[in-house]
Design a binder for this molecule. Structure first.
Ligand SMILES: [Zn+2]
Length: 434
């Protein structure tokens, strides 16, 4: 099923005409109303009238996350504050929070895009949708909530935390769809088992998972354990929140990005030059419809590629490859680029491990070292020491073979790595690089 049949199946030529019209309107608006953009356009020597084709977007300056911080809190608004009906903000663990404003129409558009997303994931108005993303300044909870209501589904505003209670209510309310982070779904599964509840036996049938990187192996693990379809949703608060893109349940092969609202580019993160379709680089997004806080060429830092081949679901929007890493999260271990997701793939392909792990990066002398700590399952843990050692050696060998780095592997007992109710903390960087 498709929520917005007219838009989501628009032939590419018509889509591009619409995108260009919206892009022209956007550059006029930001140049007139946002001093930051007026100055950065002037500095780059580009005028709104220079934008005559979609390819001309490459002449416009990029927007970085730091630009949002520099104009904290309201400096990038393109409308009078009276017209802003909602504020969200990301946690400011390293520096100032990034703030995003929404007009009434922005909130309505977001609800529509999120409703489209839920339908692509296989939900209908007859579903009961358990929203376990955090409610509050974080966009996850309210984003999913408004979309579920826009769809007409029964919405349960659970928010994060109280995991034992979540399990009880999942069972009692008979939720058929859950929205949360993928790692949290596994935490729910474990917690449920401890209370004698097997989530597989419940009516739950779909999980809409996002807000942290995950892998195909983790998807298989979740689908098997919970007995559901696990769907990848893409979003980021600077651009809107969840619902920027979603996989369709028909293909489960990359999130369709909502191209009537977002203009996409993939660039080389080093040279910043646009790359042709299909090549892997950093995703850059221009918001075509946002009123309160439109962004021009926002550097998402997400490493991906775009797939324009037709999808069996009938949607014409481009599909993005599952995020392969973050251009600024990439670990460089002795000159080798390593993405945490690559390590995760290796761990999840290995029998006897749980999906809970941490990567510790240390500096010994002038050399960076990588330690992989991963939990083994109960059965392996009670096994003989020499079998544990053999397993550790096998993982170390795979990491060396596939990634070209030497890592020490430490197998730890079940449930010894701290669980997170939001994004799992995968990297502990103990190098003092300042
Ligand atoms: Zn599709």
């Amino acid at each position: 099923m498709i929520f917005d049949d007219d838009m989501e199946t628009l032939p590419r030529e018509e889509l591009e005409v619409l995108q260009l019209r919206r892009l022209k309107g956007l550059v006029d608006r930001v140049y007139a109303n946002v001093p930051f953009y007026r100055k950065s356009f002037d500095d780059a020597g580009v005028r709104p009238s220079d934008i005559q084709s979609l390819a001309d977007v490459r002449y416009l300056p990029f927007t970085e996350k730091q630009d949002l911080r520099n104009h904290y809190p309201y400096g990038l608004f393109a409308v009078p504050k009276d017209n802003v009906v909602r504020i969200h903000a990301s946690s400011g663990t390293t520096g100032k929070a990034t703030v995003v404003g929404y007009t009434k129409r922005d909130v309505e558009n977001w609800a529509t895009l999120m409703a489209r997303s839920l339908v692509a994931a296989g939900a209908t108005k007859r579903d009961i949708i358990h929203v376990a993303y955090g409610y509050g300044l974080f966009t996850g909870g309210l984003g999913a909530h408004y979309g579920a209501e826009r769809l007409g589904a029964t919405t349960i505003p659970m928010s994060g935390g109280s995991t034992k209670r979540q399990v009880i209510l999942l069972r009692d309310f008979g939720a058929t769809v859950i929205c949360c982070t993928p790692s949290y779904s596994l935490f729910l599964y474990e917690t449920a088992l401890e209370s004698g509840i097997d989530i597989k036996e419940l009516p739950l049938r779909i999980g809409v998972f996002g807000a942290e990187p995950w892998t195909e192996e983790m998807r298989r693990d979740i689908e098997t354990k919970l007995g559901i379809k696990a769907i990848d949703i893409y979003g980021l608060s600077e651009i809107m929140g969840p619902g920027v893109g979603i996989e369709c349940i028909e293909a489960q092969a990359g999130a369709h990005l909502q191209e009537d609202h977002f203009l996409l580019e993939v660039i080389d993160p080093v040279t910043k030059e646009p790359l042709p379709p299909g090549e892997t680089g950093e995703l850059v997004i221009t918001t075509l419809c946002k009123e309160a806080q439109p962004l021009i060429r926002y550097r998402t830092r997400d490493i991906t590629s775009l797939n324009l081949t037709p999808c069996r679901c009938g949607r014409t929007f481009a599909r993005m490859h599952r995020v392969m890493g973050r251009s600024d999260d990439m670990l460089i271990i002795r000159g080798v680029n390593v993405f945490p997701s690559q390590i995760e793939s290796i761990l999840l392909e290995t029998q006897g491990l749980t999906p809970h792990y941490q990567l510790l990066v240390k500096r010994e002398g002038n050399l960076d070292t990588l330690e992989v700590q991963v939990e083994v399952d109960e059965k392996i843990f009670s096994d003989e020491i020499k079998n544990l050692q053999r397993l550790g050696g096998k993982i170390q060998k795979h990491i060396k073979e596939f990634l070209g780095v030497t890592a020490t592997v430490k197998l730890v007992e079940p449930r010894s790595i701290q669980r997170s109710e939001g994004k799992a903390k995968r990297i502990v960087d103990m190098r003092n690089l300042s």
